[in-house]
Design a protein around this ligand. Structure first.
Ligand code: 4AZ
Length: 838
């Protein structure tokens, strides 16, 4: 035995010698010994190797067979079938009733029989459970579990997907079947049932004629919904009805891949092809969350993960008669029409046709004012699921206003929704037009849309196809882009590609060995990150990411060390060794991830600007805006507190701050908090002639409670850089036109930061370093009287919003080349810190 063992070892050594020169060969005398015993030993070795190989092969095969080929995988299918020869009883809605159990038993054995007769299904079927019944005659819902070897999985999937074969295999076989079934449909289980929840709940609700039925997540609104939960709400209506379901409030965990979610199905089976919507996060109260079913059932599921505390939802549903038909024939010069139940989500599985006809001497066009026909995962180029079709062209997705014109007096419009995922739909009007003058008094876009003549050649694309900006002769104040468009000269070299072909930014590029500063200046590349502010705005010392000597433009960590990264505060990255750049960052975020898509114009949605404050004076109503920067402090403009007509506006007892407010007409609305002011500190250098240092901080008598509609805005560091050309948002209840009255609904406007030198020229040298100009130089968008003191905010890294300015003054409102002037927060930041500690 000893020799036998020696030999293979020797072989290995030989092998290894080929690899490693340091291993010695066996001595010559040993090899002689081996030669002598050679033939017998070789036979033994060969047999041993063969045996070894055979054993390995068999083990491998067995291992593969059991582990991969034969080890069954568990698969669950959700299905439903229609029982034709059975009457529906109310008791079938209660799964613990004897009637339910009796029918469930029959359906179960029918399903089992169907499976048994199918060679690709029967052998792998483990269990079927009947979960619910609904009317029509009787629809039974069930799930079936299978244990199937991997190599048979595909054929099982195929067989289960073939509803024809499932029914055919059943009916002819039984000469006298107790249950006549059809439409046996099953789908692979989606996520909803795949979880292994610790908490599950099941509710069954039937709509009552003429009544609205409410339901909520467990514990709502006093305690959060459970973690690790899977809850079902089976909603039913009478046989010839459909269901309208509305989520009145919805506050779930913010959306992530594995976050909590609810799904609504147009079926009592949680199957993806019948899913209507998947919702997570938090929706503004005005967001339309109404869904329609196509039949008399709906299923709501809630799937939660193992952590988080969120309130959940409150929902309502009622039944309504099944829609008979939609679409129809529309005649006349103009008219309006919408998708069924607009602005609720249109029902699935619906087809509508509108035949529109105007007077025979005119042409007809259709203008979509709202268009939301978006199906998740479907590119707008294909429109294979839900769509609108006009003259053979399909439209889907989300669009701002657009027009489809016909060259005759008729148009046929078709709307189709498939089984799954619905959206808000469209609201449209049809209009007759004269083919020789389609837009009387207006400019006609190539798409057929009519826009104001003043919008032609103004630098903004008002026609979606840009036809309003083509073939323009540029004015004195405009720059001609290479693509022929005319843009305001102030947009040249502002670091924004306004032309679309970047030609407005080309003449400004610096030489190859130099660096382009954010303010457009060129400095030698060697001066970048040299610790000196060569640009004058610190941009050559930004993003160097090293600890540097502290300078005016370097961010100072709490430790006293300075870093040269630009705008490091609250950007989600820890830049200071002591992480102080990411401290106090509970600010600048909206609570609602989805805001309303229906509210039009420049009205703000509830909770869209949760730091916006309305400052009221007793007997006078809203006077100025302000921004919430912490639980106890507001930032506003000093000029709001100047004495006027004998009234001492600097007296804090005159003022009341309204927080969480959107509509001035609803001061006691839900979510609104009122606070008295403890003290008003205006900047001591405020100059009521020049409006230099126009800033004030206000301390509240008691701290606010942060809510979904009340949140603080982030204060930028004094070194924060808001680059010229950046789009910023201004909000307020100020006048909507110069000399006009204030707005009732909080207004918002997107405006641009303008170069300080350019603006100083426009405003005849009235700017100081504590001011900045923001606006649209073509006019039309601006802050105005009553917006003063309110926020000018910038969306920064990690979507946080920072206070960039405070509405201060202007030469009128929204005039051409007269942008609004704002107090520059960064220049006044140290003073704010000194008085508020923030
Ligand atoms: C004001 O009177 C006012 N166009 C505020 C801002 C602007 C003009 C006037 C800017 O409160």
């Amino acid at each position: 035995m000893g020799g036998c063992v020696d030999l293979p070892l020797g072989l290995f050594e030989l092998d290894m010698n080929n690899l490693d020169e340091g291993v010695e060969f066996l001595p010559a005398m040993n090899s002689k010994k081996m030669e002598k015993r050679g033939p017998k030993r070789q036979v033994v070795v060969t047999i041993l190797i063969i045996v070894f190989l055979l054993v390995s092969l068999t083990t491998g095969l067995l291992f593969w067979h059991f582990k991969y080929r034969n080890t069954p995988i568990q698969k669950v299918f959700n299905g439903h079938l229609r029982v034709l020869n059975w009457e529906f009883l109310d008791a079938y809605e209660n799964s613990s009733s004897p009637e339910f159990s009796m029918l469930a038993k029959k359906v179960k054995s029918t399903v089992e029989e169907i499976y048994k007769n199918h060679a690709d299904i029967g052998p792998y079927h483990k269990e079927t459970v009947i979960t619910a019944f609904s009317e029509g005659s009787v629809i039974a819902y069930y799930w079936s579990e299978f244990l199937v070897p991997k190599y048979r999985e595909e054929s099982l999937d195929r067989a289960m997907a073939d509803k024809q074969s499932l029914v055919q295999r059943w009916n002819p076989r039984l000469r006298n079947p107790m249950l006549k079934v059809e439409s046996v449909i099953a789908f692979r289980e989606g996520q909803a049932g795949a979880a292994s929840p610790a908490n599950s709940c099941m509710f069954s609700l039937h709509a009552k004629e003429g009544e609205v039925t409410s339901f909520t997540t467990p514990g709502f609104p006093n305690s959060p919904y459970p973690n690790n939960a899977l809850c079902y709400w089976a909603l039913r209506a009478d046989a010839s009805s459909t269901i309208s379901l509305t989520f009145k409030t919805l506050e779930l965990e913010p959306c992530r891949d594995d976050s909590d979610y609810i799904k609504v199905y147009n079926s009592l089976s949680p199957v993806e092809p019948h899913a209507l919507v998947r919702l997570c996060g938090n929706y503004a109260p005005s967001y339309n969350l109404t869904f329609l079913s196509s039949q008399n059932v709906m299923l709501v599921t809630l799937v939660t993960n193992k952590e988080g505390r969120f309130p959940g939802f409150k929902a309502e549903f009622f039944q309504l008669p099944k829609m008979k038909a939609c679409g129809g024939s529309l005649k006349g010069d103009s008219g309006t029409f919408t998708t069924p139940y607009y602005p609720a989500h249109y029902p699935p599985d619906t087809d509508c046709v509108w035949n529109i006809e105007v007077s025979s001497i005119k042409n007809v066009k259709v203008r979509f004012n709202m268009f939301y026909v978006l199906e998740p995962g479907i590119p707008v180029s294909s429109c294979t699921k839900d769509y609108v079709q006009i003259n053979g062209t399909r439209y889907c997705g989300e669009h701002s206003q657009f027009v489809v014109a016909s060259t005759t007096n008729r148009i046929e419009l078709l709307f189709h929704s498939d089984q799954s995922y619905t959206d808000t739909g469209f609201s449209a009007e049809f209009l007759s037009y004269d083919s020789s003058d389609p837009c009387p008094g207006k400019f006609t876009c190539n798409t057929g849309r009519c826009i104001d003549r003043s919008m032609r050649c103004d630098g903004w694309l008002d026609c979606v196809d840009g036809s309003d900006e083509r073939s323009c002769t540029c004015t004195e104040q405009q720059f001609r882009c290479q693509n022929g468009w005319c843009k305001p000269k102030f947009w040249v070299c502002d670091n924004v590609n306004d032309c679309g072909d970047n030609s407005d930014e080309l003449q400004c590029s610096c030489a190859a060995d130099s660096f382009k500063c954010d303010n457009g200046k060129c400095v030698p590349s060697t001066q970048k990150c040299d610790g000196k502010d060569d640009c004058g705005d610190g941009s050559d010392e930004g993003s160097c990411l090293t600890t540097v000597p502290c300078k005016k433009y370097t961010y100072k960590c709490r430790s006293g060390h300075c870093i040269s990264k630009q705008n490091p505060e609250c950007d989600g990255e820890q830049d200071c060794e002591d992480h102080s750049d990411e401290d106090n960052c509970n600010c600048g975020l909206r609570s609602y991830v989805r805001k309303s898509r229906i509210v039009g114009g420049q009205n703000s949605d509830v909770g869209e600007w949760p730091w916006q404050v309305s400052l009221h004076v007793k007997g006078q109503g809203h006077i100025c805006g302000a921004s919430l920067v912490s639980a106890s402090w507001l930032v506003s403009a000093a000029h709001c507190f100047l004495p006027l007509q004998g009234i001492r506006y600097s007296d804090p007892s005159l003022w009341t701050a309204y927080l969480g407010l959107t509509n001035q007409g609803d001061l006691s609305g839900s979510g609104v908090q009122t606070h008295k002011i403890k003290r008003i500190i205006s900047h001591p250098f405020f100059n009521d002639y020049t409006y230099d240092y126009d800033i004030a901080v206000l301390e509240l008598q008691r701290p606010v409670t942060f809510t979904a509609v009340i949140q603080p805005i982030c204060l930028p560091d004094a070194t924060h850089n808001f680059p010229v050309g950046k789009d910023l948002w201004v909000t307020g209840w100020g006048a909507t036109a110069e000399g006009g009255t204030g707005a009732s609904i909080l207004q918002k406007a997107e405006i641009r930061l303008i170069n300080q030198t350019v603006c100083n020229q426009l405003l005849t040298d009235q700017l100081t370093p504590r001011m900045m100009c923001v606006g649209i130089l073509t006019g039309g968008v601006d802050a105005c009287q009553g917006d003063s003191g309110g926020p000018l905010v910038s969306v920064e890294a990690s979507s946080r919003m920072f206070l960039a300015g405070v509405v201060s003054w202007g030469d009128g409102c929204a005039q051409r080349n007269k942008p609004g002037v704002y107090s520059r927060l960064t220049s006044l930041r140290d003073w704010i810190q000194e008085h508020t500690g923030l």
